[in-house]
Write a protein that binds this ligand. Structure first.
Ligand code: SF4
Length: 407
């Protein structure tokens, strides 16, 4: 979402006449788009602001702006905490900030500047902002607000503009993307995808990130039936224990989650499944954690993203005891990674000898080999020459847990 927000800010800077994305050494204004989902992300932003304070001192007239979830969470208090910051603004409502920037550089701006020539093949398109769920560990509803869907027309027009600039793959984004509803017609994500599918020149579409409760049969049918819809579903489960899911207020049972995955696999041939896991959530016992390992083993996801629980001030879980020691959280994290490495390797190796479609995104810095991703999102290196933007069908020759090699 921050990548998408950064792209939108760049467009707005270009519109008022500032050139976005120049090297920091040449820049007058630095904008830090922050994340608050884990303490580690906030620490990284704080360290970046510290580096920028030095950058700012090196030339008169430089300024620092901070936006994103940390800005929504802490607001103007960031100006006191980091005196080098000049502006804090809400990325959902940046008009006031851009008005001040326009005033600041008035006289030096000569009207809109073109965005850097597009060599972008894949783009993120936010379709719904915010989240109406209240998972007890999550800060998103507090910093991104309640759900607000964009209209189908607006989204399709944006995809059309992106395709005209050379984009061939879009990822429809939302913190709870499969809760999407057009504000006027009530069209759901499946209906939106059907409209996006009709944009001439678009080759692929995906969506991120979904709540298991909203993975409807209509959506699974859309993944199967729409030519541009990639066979990939990211469905965060977070824990394999009903008790833990209850404390997280995830509003589904492990049994219901399993049934959803079974339906997804039965509906969409060749579907790649991925998930998110939080280890060491409040009061997570060893047997509860083993339930998670058992679920991962049974389901055999293609990819698992795992994080150690990080308490966030203001959330319901903040009031609970963060009672799993850090060393134990790290140990559980390693156990998930170890198990998943074996599973991912097995699943990728099963593809050896089969054909995959690869959208070439670049060339390796060391050996110049082309690489890209399959429709299922697997990173694939090609052993035959190909140019960026080519859509290549190749046979998988070898595989590791993380990538394929095809020719
Ligand atoms: S559904 Fe996702 S974004 Fe919404 S509260 Fe739960 S974890 Fe956070």
């Amino acid at each position: 979402m921050n990548t998408a927000d950064t792209g939108h800010l760049a467009e707005q800077f270009a519109e008022i006449g500032l050139v976005p994305g120049v090297p920091l050494a040449d820049a007058d204004l630095a904008v830090v788009v922050t994340c608050a989902v884990r303490q580690h992300a906030e620490d990284k932003a704080a360290s970046k602001i510290g580096e920028l304070a030095l950058w700012k001192r090196q030339r008169l007239g430089r300024a620092i702006a901070v936006t994103g979830c940390m800005a929504a969470e802490h607001g103007g208090s960031l100006l006191t905490r980091f005196p080098a910051i000049d502006y804090v603004f809400d990325v959902r409502d940046p008009d006031g900030f851009f008005a001040r920037v326009r005033d600041l550089y008035a006289g030096a701006l000569e009207g809109p500047v073109p965005l850097p020539a597009g060599d972008q093949l894949c783009a993120y398109v936010p379709v719904i902002h915010g989240c109406n769920e209240m998972c007890t560990y999550c800060i998103v509803p507090f910093v991104r607000g309640r759900e607000r869907s964009r209209s189908v027309g607006e989204i399709v027009a944006e995809v059309g503009r992106l395709v005209a600039r050379g984009v061939r793959e879009v990822t429809l984004l939302g913190q709870n993307v499969n809760s999407y509803r057009d504000p006027d017609s009530g069209a759901d994500l499946a209906a939106l995808m059907a409209q996006v599918d009709r944009v001439p020149g678009l080759w692929r579409q995906r969506f991120l990130t979904s709540h298991p409760r909203n993975a409807s049969p209509r959506l699974l049918d859309a993944i199967r039936d729409l030519p541009t819809a990639c066979e990939q579903l990211h469905l965060p489960v977070q824990s394999g224990s009903d008790a833990c899911l209850g404390r997280m207020k995830r509003e589904y049972s492990v049994r219901a989650y399993r049934a959803t995955l079974a339906a997804a696999r039965a509906t969409v041939p060749g579907l790649a499944l991925s998930t998110d896991i939080i280890v060491g959530f409040c009061q997570e016992t060893e047997p509860e954690f083993q339930d998670t390992l058992r679920l991962l083993d049974e389901v055999a996801f293609d990819v698992v993203h795992v994080q150690a629980y990080s308490p966030r001030p203001g959330t319901a879980a903040w009031r609970r005891d963060d009672d799993v020691p850090l060393a134990e959280k790290k140990h559980r994290l390693q156990r998930v990674l170890q198990l998943q490495r074996t599973i991912s390797e097995r699943r990728n190796r099963a593809l050896v000898g089969s054909a995959v479609e690869v959208l070439v995104e670049g060339h390796g810095a060391d050996d110049g080999r082309p690489y890209g991703r399959t429709r299922q999102g697997r990173v694939t290196w090609l052993e035959s020459p190909a140019a960026v933007g080519d859509l290549v069908t190749a046979e998988v020759r070898s595989a590791t847990a993380w990538q394929l090699v095809a020719a």
